[in-house]
Write a protein that binds this ligand. Structure first.
Ligand SMILES: *Cc1c(COP(=O)(O)O)cnc(C)c1O
Length: 221
């Protein structure tokens, strides 16, 4: 069994059955993804449109591709035909563009709204007022080609696990309150290699794990 397969199986054995594992394959070659695929894994995450499109073209078509990075509006058209779930949607202009491209492709596109929970200034994500505005527009039927199926967030990059837990608890609370209003809500995407255990303990049911599966990346992205 390959190292990648061992890592995948170890993580799957320790997380609850209801938690979806997205293997974050950014910067990794197709051979690494195929190792995970042969280990029966089907959900992969990328954070760059060009890389996502290239990998989709050359890899098996039953892979479910997750766009987990910051998405620019002018690039939505390249992933709209095939993307399974877009995690980081954090503004209304981007929602409008995804809705438009989904319509062109005659399909509904699943998205998660990214909420800013970290202390850092650099992280993407919307505040709660924008969340409310967007959900209201969605519930009024403004985005017929979108399915808003949950929320996504990234905790502060810190060793302070209490701080991380606090941020996840906060996002879980928001998720639960909107789950009552939005029947499609079913995913709370939070947790990466360094903090997925804290995330799951605090309500995550979708984790995005890269280096713990594929090993450290050669360059930061
Ligand atoms: C790279 C990335 C991950 C995975 O990070 P690891 O620490 O390698 O598990 C998760 N989420 C997002 C948004 C990322 O960009």
């Amino acid at each position: 069994m390959t190292e990648i397969c061992k890592n995948l199986q170890k993580i799957k054995a320790e997380i609850p059955k209801n938690v979806t594992l997205v293997a974050v394959s950014k910067t990794k070659p197709k051979e690494a993804i195929l190792e995970a695929y042969q280990c029966h894994h089907r959900d992969f995450g990328e954070n760059k449109v060009q890389e996502l499109v290239q990998k989709h073209e050359i890899l098996p078509k039953d892979i479910q591709w997750h766009m987990i990075g910051h998405l620019q509006r002018n690039k939505v058209k390249y992933i709209a035909p095939f993307v399974y779930l877009i995690h980081g949607v954090d503004n209304i202009k981007l929602l409008k563009e995804i809705n438009k491209q989904a319509a062109k492709n005659n399909r509904k596109i699943n998205i998660l709204l990214q909420i800013k929970i970290a202390r850092e200034e650099t992280k993407f994500g919307m505040d709660e007022a924008s969340l409310e505005e967007i959900i209201n527009a969605y519930l009024s039927g403004n985005f017929p080609y979108l399915q808003i199926i949950g929320l996504m967030g990234m905790a502060t990059n810190t060793t302070d696990t209490e701080q991380i837990a606090k941020e996840f608890v906060h996002l879980h609370g928001l998720y639960q309150s909107y789950q009552i209003k939005v029947p499609e809500f079913r995913y709370l995407s939070m947790g990466m290699s360094g903090d997925y255990k804290i995330a799951i303990a605090n309500g995550s049911n979708l984790i995005r794990v890269g280096s713990a599966i594929f090993g450290a990346r050669n360059y930061p992205v």
